[in-house]
Design a protein around this ligand. Structure first.
Ligand code: PLP
Length: 401
């Protein structure tokens, strides 16, 4: 962990940057930039169409990444993996390409109140369109899913359970194994939004038995514009194309069209070839890490940050000080708007997020109009917490003058 920061070129350009917005996007590791640079300069070609050498090579490398991602999730079937634009698109794909045709008026979909809008709004819109009910599982005051209440929401009419692995605001790590069991007992498939956890936590499908998993390369120290969708083999045959066009066709005439099967039926148009290869390099980097050590590093930073924040008068920490959290801590400061806090911290070279973090239902539930979010990653260090706390204290002094 000691020299890990050296692997991230951004910190060479901004040596004093204290980057605490990792829940929004992580910084890109050198391996990814190197690969993108090399591909763009030497190997640039699109895939699945050309029979010339450059295109064949790009196709082979693209398909190798599919295998690599499957392996990363513990699957030996590369065709369980589709590439999208991001977590958001992966979730929309499942809503429209899989579940929509199974819904009947009176059915329901279960989510939780801690979902990012990406895992809330698509289900809400679908329920409205199809005459179904969106059931929203509530939380305990400490910010954990109320599992008993959740059990009561899932029934034989539940056609999908969509839950986040880790809350992007509270940092709560959900007991997804238990939630999946509850859903499966009622015959409901489960989509796990793994945007916040996929980089470091073990999401091996053979242990967790989820049906759909969605995450983004840009939160894995990889490039923007690439998402991953895992689909359980049981449901692969039910996946319809999401966008129509070239690249997904088996045959087409004036009146008829037939499509390739999943995952190739989700690759309409020219895909983000370089981005997918960059994702492959990011996965190689993740495989080099001692992920257990990385998790304990980020947990320790978050726990220490909570302790130090709690000492500052007028701070409210979402979920309180006792909850088990990942590397994410959100708080509000009495009488000072989160945007003012964030701007002040920016003056000290500290990048944090302020606002609603695409989680308005959660903020309503917690009765907080908006918050400041600190999110740690593997390259953050203890001394950055000292600088953060000093900056918050000096803001308070300045504000109270
Ligand atoms: C929990 C969660 N889900 C979904 C998303 C959406 O990810 P993307 O913007 O990469 O599609 C985010 C992004 O912050 C997130 O934190």
């Amino acid at each position: 962990m000691k020299n890990i920061k050296d692997r991230f070129p951004i910190f060479k350009s901004h040596p004093d940057l204290i980057y605490l917005d990792n829940a929004a996007t992580t910084q890109r590791v050198d391996k990814v930039d190197d690969l993108l640079d090399e591909f763009n300069r030497k190997d640039n070609a699109t895939i699945h169409r050309g029979v010339y050498e450059l295109s064949a090579k790009a196709t082979a490398r693209y398909e190798q990444v599919r295998s690599k991602v499957a392996g990363f999730l513990g699957s030996d079937n590369p065709n369980t993996i589709a590439f999208t634009k991001g977590t958001t698109e992966s979730i929309n794909v499942v809503a429209h390409s899989f579940i929509k045709k199974r819904l009947r008026a009176g059915d329901n979909i279960v989510v939780t109140v801690m979902e990012h809008h990406a895992n809330f709004v698509p289900w809400q819109a679908l329920c409205k369109e199809m005459g179904c009910e969106l059931r929203v599982a509530s939380l305990t005051p400490e910010g954990s899913i109320d599992t008993l209440a959740f059990e009561r929401l899932v029934d034989k009419k539940t056609k999908m359970v969509a839950i986040t692995h880790i809350s992007n605001v509270l940092g709560t790590i959900n007991p997804i194994e238990q939630l999946i069991e509850t859903a499966h007992a009622q015959g409901a498939p489960v989509l796990v939004d793994a945007a916040q956890g996929a980089a470091l936590y073990d999401l091996d499908v053979t242990k967790l038995n989820y049906d759909f998993l969605a995450f983004s390369a840009h939160k894995l120290f990889g490039p923007f514009g690439v998402g991953i969708l895992y689909v359980n083999p049981e449901y692969m045959g039910d996946m319809q194309p999401y966008t129509l066009g070239g690249g997904i066709i088996q045959s087409v005439s004036a009146n008829e069209v037939t499509f390739q099967s999943y995952p190739f039926n989700l690759d309409a148009g020219t895909p983000n070839v370089s981005g997918v290869l960059g994702l492959g390099a990011a996965i190689d980097f993740l495989n080099e890490l001692n992920r257990a050590e990385c998790i304990s590093h980020t947990h320790e930073l978050a726990n220490r940050c909570v302790v130090e924040l709690a000492r500052v008068k007028g701070i409210r920490i979402l979920g309180g000080t006792q909850m088990q959290r990942s590397g994410i801590v959100s708080f509000a400061l009495e009488n000072i708007h989160p945007h003012d806090v964030s701007s002040y911290l920016n003056g000290d070279g500290i990048a944090v997020r302020a606002g609603l973090h695409c989680a308005q239902p959660l903020h309503y539930f917690m009765k907080e109009p908006s918050t400041i979010r600190i999110s740690f990653s593997i390259y953050n260090a203890d001394n950055e917490i000292d600088i953060l706390i000093d900056s918050i204290k000096s803001l308070k002094k300045f504000w109270e003058q």
